[in-house]
Ligand binder design. Sequence first.
Ligand SMILES: Cc1cc2nc3c(=O)[nH]c(=O)nc-3n(C[C@H](O)[C@H](O)[C@H](O)COP(=O)(O)O)c2cc1C
Length: 190
Amino acid sequence: MRVCILMGSFRKDRNTETLTKTLIRSLEEEGIEVDYITLRDKHIEPCTACWTCQDVFDGPGCPKEDDCDEIFKSVLKSDCIILATPIYSWYCTPPMKALLDRMVYTMNKYYGEVEGPCLWQDKKIGIVTTCGYGIEKGAGVFEEGIRRYAEHSKLDYIGMIGMKDKDDLSIYQGDEAKLLLSVLVDNIKE
Ligand SMILES: Cc1cc2nc3c(=O)[nH]c(=O)nc-3n(C[C@H](O)[C@H](O)[C@H](O)COP(=O)(O)O)c2cc1C
């Protein structure tokens, strides 16, 4: 079992990353392999709708030369993808949004000359987030977006763990965080 965690926070070792590192410890305790990718360190071009990928069926097939190829490889060899991001303007951060756009085309070959495969069908996808508002008000729109994204992409949506922005980072490592995250870990293992 392998989990690819895509980290969308720009702030190293702050809210979202501290909570996500608690998840990583829990996954590793369960013997689950983790690929941890910090998107802030990657060059991720936006999808510019060239459609080239739609007629390439044996891989992502994106002609852009940036760091997405290595991210696609990690996603494709994982059983589960975790989107870890702070909420920015009711959605994820820009590098994660750019990556989601790149993947919703390169992985789903729905719009070419003939309909092709869905390269990531049946993988699991979940969310770890922190936000300023309460979880429903802050992260509800993003969660709904990812539910629809998962349905469109034939992915298995396994849920969202969200915690509010707090100055005391220890709350992202404490019992409440561990309890919340244990639900996600169970869904990953299921
Ligand atoms: C540019 C920006 C936009 C934000 N937009 C929202 C928002 O729409 N809703 C919300 O609840 N919190 C919002 N926040 C608050 C962050 O989601 C929150 O502080 C989060 O815990 C930061 O995580 P980090 O420490 O990993 O950066 C925003 C913060 C920034 C900097």
